[in-house]
Design a protein around this ligand. Structure first.
Ligand code: ADE
Length: 241
């Protein structure tokens, strides 16, 4: 997969894209990465990428011409990049979105700054993504969140030590429920123990405990997920207790 970004702060990406699992996957050729500087597509002395909004109002908007020219030039270097614009007005990003994006050969992540973009720039977007209901100073962090979530899904990215691990062990929201609690040594930490069942060696009991724990945690922290989590009637009754 090829991942490209277009922004006025291309230097923000390198530390994230070259560290830990992303860095290893990149060096292994699992994905290629390039960060473009939007200012390279300006034609004035000041390399201007923003301007005042028509109709007045606070803040500056990103101009359409540099964005359009940049996206056209980048796209002309190969197959059409699936082009994503980051904005709090986009569709909410989820694990399902990451899975869908991981199937593309080439994605271009376009990051806004300032108060937004000239609406005509969005004609170049295949989709608009928001990473949550809050406003960031720019789309770069959102692009890194998406790149991270996508790269770890690429075959080989998590390495041999994790490749055989059941996907439900990967943390977060899987199978519609929050992940169950996990523990490692020591079995006693300052008087706090570990649930006995996890030390029992009885795999069926461990699985049952984990399922119940995932339901309990989801009820407590993300009750909005319970409805779509595909619980059995018995589990549903348990969730209502
Ligand atoms: N740009 C600013 N805020 C954002 C958000 N929440 N998601 C995606 N892009 C953004």
């Amino acid at each position: 997969m090829r991942i490209e970004t277009l922004s006025v702060f291309p230097e923000m990406f390198e530390p994230v894209m070259s560290t830990s699992i992303l860095g290893r996957a990149r060096r292994a050729g699992i994905f290629e990465f390039e960060a473009y500087n939007l200012r390279d597509w300006t034609h004035d002395r000041h390399r201007t990428v923003d301007d005042e909004p028509y109709g007045g109002g606070q803040g500056m908007l990103m101009k359409v011409e540099p964005l359009a020219e940049a996206i056209e030039d980048i796209a002309s270097t190969g197959p059409h990049p699936h082009t994503i614009f980051f904005t709090p007005c986009g569709e909410p990003f989820t694990q399902r979105t990451a899975e869908r994006l991981a199937a593309h050969d080439r994605i271009l992540l376009v990051c806004g700054r300032y108060e937004g973009m000239d609406e005509r720039a969005y004609d170049y977007a295949d989709e608009r993504i928001s990473i949550g209901d809050y406003v960031l100073t720019g789309g770069e962090l959102a692009a890194m969140v998406v790149a991270d979530a996508v790269v770890r899904l690429l075959p080989g990215a998590l390495g041999d030590e994790m490749s055989n691990v059941d996907e439900s062990f990967s943390g977060g929201v899987e199978g519609g429920l929050l992940e169950y609690a996990q523990y490692t040594r020591p079995a006693d930490f300052r008087g706090k123990g570990v649930p006995d069942v996890l030390l029992s060696g009885d795999h069926a009991k461990v699985d049952a405990w984990r399922r119940a724990n995932a339901i309990e945690r989801t009820c407590r922290w993300r009750p909005d997920l319970i409805e779509g989590a595909g619980l059995t009637d018995k589990e549903r009754a348990f969730a209502q207790e």
